[in-house]
Design a protein around this ligand. Structure first.
Ligand code: NAD
Length: 391
């Protein structure tokens, strides 16, 4: 139930709903662009890490002569508290009226007991499907400066890990028919995995095009020895591959892929897979890199408007302590500049600054290990910003 409009307006004011930040720039490089960015800060550490990304984007705008307008909207637990639902209509409208969206994270123990239909994750699934975001790109890369953080053996890490996981995001079992029925052994629940040729074709194109900009290798992960939907997936991948003759395609069953990711991750360039397999494999891939706080992601559909978010959750255990690592969200902002705004140089400036900050030994608590002094969220953001300004 929505609260009366006056209450909601007061709440929105309190939490910076519709905060507008405009920045003009010096116009020193490239074409000036005006972009409207929706911010969904969410819960837990969400507001802290999104704030860091905004500060970085403001500096990029200043340096490269762009103008970014930021508008904040509610989703997740804070939206349940304010409006009784995890994805208010204002948020949907605001995202659809923006050039792109940056999301922190949603959820936390406070909302674990709410009814299933208004859980914070429901809001996430709904915004992805409403925006038609059928592709999730998740890079999993081991930074040489952080290789000790990887749980893998040094000889495996030394071969290099730089994988792009392309996950189908709006189809398959998470969106299929579901329900309860009377089965052979009494009551049973079911969830249906179904994929159309169209859904597979469009994600195949994304994977092959992504590989063309990388090492031209795609591993398609399925369970074609058992699942009919996987056999259609495999057949369609092979057909679309003919349009990209330079890209080498191989197939792997999901159980083998889960093993190969820890045994020999350097064999992978681009992995393309279904919604549920991608959900699991991308979390596994993130773990082998050592810190969940380092990995960005982008979700895109058939337009340039995307949603960019760190792969981690709202980390309620460290919210408000300053221990949050903002790098995954800052790198998500870099992905937004590259994929939604076609600002390659600006994206590279952020990524290079992050590389340099790590190489120079700066760390947040999650990646500090025993040796380095840990900086807080604001301090590491300040250093990244100073490096961007210095280029
Ligand atoms: P989590 O990713 O929030 O946290 C797992 C561990 O990693 C915690 O110890 C946390 O402190 C640490 N961590 C995560 N991000 C970090 C960062 N940036 N810097 C430093 N440490 C970091 O996963 P969880 O604990 O399973 O989930 C917490 C809540 O987040 C749950 O309510 C869950 O549903 C939600 N969640 C949301 C999203 C999303 O919004 N996309 C994704 C996953 C989980």
């Amino acid at each position: 139930m929505l609260k009366p409009i006056a209450d909601r307006m007061a709440f929105n004011k309190l939490y910076g709903f519709f905060i507008k930040v405009r920045r003009g720039g010096t116009g020193i490089k490239g074409e000036t662009m005006n972009k409207k960015i929706a911010l969904i800060k969410g819960d837990g550490i969400g507001p802290e890490i999104v704030e860091s990304a905004v500060r970085v984007l403001e500096v990029v705008a200043e340096k490269y002569g762009h103008s970014f307008e930021f508008n904040s909207y509610l989703a997740g637990g804070c939206a349940i508290d304010a409006c009784g639902e995890p994805l208010p209509q204002e948020t949907i409208d605001g995202c659809l009226a923006s050039d792109s969206v940056i999301l922190g994270a949603v959820g936390g123990p406070k909302w674990d007991g709410v009814p299933a239909e208004i859980r914070p994750e429901k809001g996430l699934l709904k915004i992805r499907s409403t925006m038609g975001l059928y592709t999730n790109l998740r890079p999993a890369k081991i930074y040489p400066a952080l290789k000790e953080a990887s749980p893998l053996r040094a000889d495996i890490v030394d071969q290099g890990v730089d994988i792009m996981i392309v996950r189908e995001l709006t189809g398959g079992i998470y969106f299929g028919e579901r329900g309860y029925r009377e089965g052979k052994y009494g009551e049973e629940a079911y969830d249906v995995e179904a994929y159309s040729v169209t859904e597979i074709e469009r994600i195949a194109h994304v994977a092959f095009q992504t590989a063309m900009k990388r090492n031209k290798k795609v591993t398609s992960v399925d369970k074609a020895n058992v699942l009919e939907s996987s056999r259609l997936w495999r057949k369609t991948m092979e057909r679309i591959n003919k349009e990209y003759p330079e890209v080498q395609l191989n197939h792997m069953y999901v159980d083998n892929a889960a093993m190969q990711l820890v045994r020999n991750p350097s064999q992978f360039d681009v992995i393309v897979t279904s919604n549920i397999f991608g959900d699991i494999l991308s979390d596994e891939a993130s773990q082998i890199t050592g810190s969940i706080g380092m990995l960005p992601s982008s979700s895109l559909g058939s337009t340039t408007r995307g949603m960019y978010e760190p792969i981690h959750g709202s980390a309620p255990d460290i919210a408000g302590t300053g221990k949050a690592n903002p790098i995954a969200t800052i790198l998500s902002a870099a992905m937004m500049l590259r994929y939604s705004f076609d600002m390659e140089e600006e994206a590279k400036a952020i990524e290079t600054a992050v590389d340099k900050v790590l190489n120079d030994g700066y760390r947040t608590a999650d990646i500090a290990g025993n040796s380095a002094k840990a900086l807080n969220c604001t301090e590491i953001t300040d250093i990244i910003i100073s490096y961007i300004k210095g280029f």
